[in-house]
Every structure is written in C-alpha cells, then in structure tokens.
Design a protein around this ligand. Structure first.
Ligand code: THU
Length: 160
C-alpha cells in the first residue's frame, strides 16, 4: 500500500482586470452569454465561451426546464454547440461565468462534474490540453491549463 498526492496547479487572478487580452475578450463573451441564460427556476445564470483554434468563438448558457432534470448546463450547451458546428476543430480555451438573481456570486464557479466529464472527451480527442478560466460575477478568477487537471481519475474510452 502506498499513498500518492494528486494535485492541480491553477493561477488565481484577483479580478477580471488582471486577465490578458485574449482571456478578457473571451470572458466578456461568456458574460454576454450569461446575460441570455434561461434560468427562471434556479435564477442562477451561467455563461460559457469557447475559443477555437480557427479563431471562432462559440457560446452557451444554461437552459432550464419546468421538468428540472431536462435542463442543461452552459458548458455542455457550449461544447455541443462547438462540436456540432466545428467538428474536429481544436478548442483553445473555455471561459465560464455565473451570476445569481438572488445574491452576488463573488467566488469562482467551476464546471460541474458532469460537464467536466463531457468536456474531457473533447480534450482527449484533440490530444492537446485546453485552458479553462472561471469566475463568478465578480471577484477572483481561476485559470487552469488543462480540463483534465480538473478531473483526476476520469473515465474514458480506454476502459470500454
Ligand atoms: N449550471 C451550469 O450551467 N453549469 C454548471 O457547471 C453548474 C450549474 C446551471 C444548471 C442550472 O441551470 C443552474 O446552473 C443551477 O444549478
């Protein structure tokens, strides 16, 4: 028996003003997407923006449903939007932001587990890591160099 350390290295920015140009532009697109979220039940609005290697930016936001589990997260709306419009085009980075109509979201909001799993398929397929940058509405921003760094021991097709 032995123990191992599983660790993830991330960069923390104090706020959006510390982001470099490309990241800032993408986060602003995610904010635009967040403002168009359809979240009448949770009132928790999430926006995601994906920068592709060909320069295109693809957006997504959460889409809720009266039958609650039928809704979908912003990140999966965005990645499937990218996958359906630009199949095979590599993802360079993903920016995520969340706000709530009930309180100020001042902590970084990472993608949920199901979204990490969904996103991991794309990072594995493209054989190149993509960056993930996430924030709340205000405050600190987390940036990681790779989606898989957020999902240790993930499930992939090699197990099938
Ligand atoms: N949500 C996202 O869009 N992304 C996440 O990673 C976490 C949660 C959405 C789903 C639901 O519409 C609302 O936020 C509250 O859970």
């Amino acid at each position: 028996m032995h123990k191992i350390q599983v660790s993830t290295s991330v960069t923390i920015f104090n706020d959006i003003s510390e982001l470099q140009k490309e990241d800032l532009l993408l986060m602003n697109k995610a904010i635009e997407a967040r403002k168009k979220a359809y979240a009448p039940y949770s009132k928790f609005n999430v926006g995601a923006a994906i920068l592709l290697e060909n320069g295109e930016i693809v957006l997504g936001n959460n889409q809720e449903n009266a039958a609650y589990p039928s809704g979908m997260c912003a990140e999966r709306v965005a990645i499937w939007n990218a996958g359906s419009h630009y199949p095979g085009v590599k993802i360079k980075k993903l920016a995520i932001t969340a706000s709530s109509e009930l309180s100020k979201v001042d902590k970084p909001i990472g993608p949920c587990g199901a979204c990490r799993q969904t996103l991991s398929e794309y990072e594995i397929n493209q054989k190149t890591p993509f960056q993930v940058i996430f924030m709340g509405e205000v405050g600190e921003i987390v940036k990681t160099e790779s989606l898989l760094s957020l999902l240790p021991f993930s499930f992939d097709s090699s197990y099938l």
